[in-house]
Design a protein around this ligand. Structure first.
Ligand SMILES: Nc1ncnc2c1ncn2[C@@H]1O[C@H](COP(=O)(O)OP(=O)(O)OP(=O)(O)O)[C@@H](O)[C@H]1O
Ligand SMILES: [Mg+2]
Length: 276
């Protein structure tokens, strides 16, 4: 690791009181503790009394309709926002006790439309955090090449292009490569495939799903697309008006008896002429 990050919290285990093996896996890396986030001039908080533990190496998908608070929740994790009350704990430390810059470099963030710097080349975009972290240039170049290959872009062809010389899907790939730059253990992804055509989108979803499993990162992935959630999630958390209304593994999710779950499930059916 290239950071002076705090060590993972040890699992409490005392002789004669063996914790189940799963508790080591379930040790949360991100934890929302009774978090409320309000802004002036709005009566209802954007996030209300929300508690949620994200376990190490899971792909947690935040599902919810537009305005339900998904982006707000992500921004509370990397301290772009701080709770009005309650705490967000990342790797054992409340975000308000993290140095904000360090925390953000420590967490990869992919936003919709990739958010690349237009005047930087692909390689400069991907190597951004390593450069800020003062890696030596040879190491940055090696890492950049490696990351471009991981996301399926040939460095020889793409490293020196600028974002404007890429397709939307290629820009998204660069966005993912950049978020992986300094090998963060946590990745936040805000509708990263939202703006793509359906075919490219499903291609990237499949590749990403395989990549996520291989890299062993903790991923919080935002979408309003139930299909995408079912494909990528190890757990789906459904938000409505800044509250969690359902949380389950994909196989279980569709069986939950809640009107908002049913509203989302309804989006899976009923395309006339489509195979069942
Ligand atoms: N700074 C702000 N001041 C007032 N209201 C805000 C502010 N930021 C967000 N909101 C409101 O908070 C709610 C949640 O916003 P958020 O961006 O988290 O939604 P979202 O679930 O990401 O939606 P989308 O799917 O459209 O991206 C929305 O109603 C939004 O208008
Ligand atoms: Mg959003």
């Amino acid at each position: 690791m290239h950071y002076d990050m705090p060590p993972m919290r040890p699992v409490n285990r005392t002789p004669g009181n063996e914790a189940p093996i799963s508790s080591a896996i379930d040790d949360p890396i991100i934890e929302f503790q009774q978090v409320t986030y309000s802004v002036k001039g709005r009566t209802a908080p954007l996030i209300s009394q929300l508690s949620l533990a994200v376990n190490s190496r899971e792909t947690l998908v935040l599902l919810g309709r537009s305005g339900s608070g998904k982006t707000t929740l992500l921004r509370l994790i990397n301290r772009m926002l701080v709770p009005s009350s309650g705490e967000v704990v990342v790797e054992g430390k409340s975000t308000v006790n993290w140095d904000a810059i360090r925390l953000r470099r420590h967490i990869g963030y992919v936003i919709q439309e990739a958010g690349l710097f237009p005047h930087f080349t692909v390689a400069e975009n991907v190597g951004l955090v390593p450069k800020l972290e003062k890696w030596d240039p040879a190491r940055i170049e090696k890492r950049t090449d490696e990351l471009l290959k991981i996301v399926g872009l040939d460095p020889k062809e793409f490293a020196s292009r600028r974002p404007a010389q890429l397709s939307g899907g290629q820009r998204q790939r660069v966005g993912v490569a950049r978020a992986l730059g300094a090998d963060p253990s946590i990745l936040l992804m805000d509708e990263p495939f939202g703006a793509l055509d359906p075919v490219t989108r499903s291609e990237l979803q499949r590749e990403f799903s395989a990549l996520a499993q291989r890299l062993g990162k903790t991923i919080v992935f935002v979408t309003h697309d139930l299909r995408e959630a079912l494909l990528l999630a190890s757990r789906i958390v459904l938000l409505q008006n800044g509250r969690i209304v359902a949380s389950a593994e994909p196989q279980e999710f569709l069986r939950i008896d809640h009107p908002e779950v049913k509203a989302f499930s309804a989006t899976l059916h009923g395309v006339p002429g489509a195979p069942a």
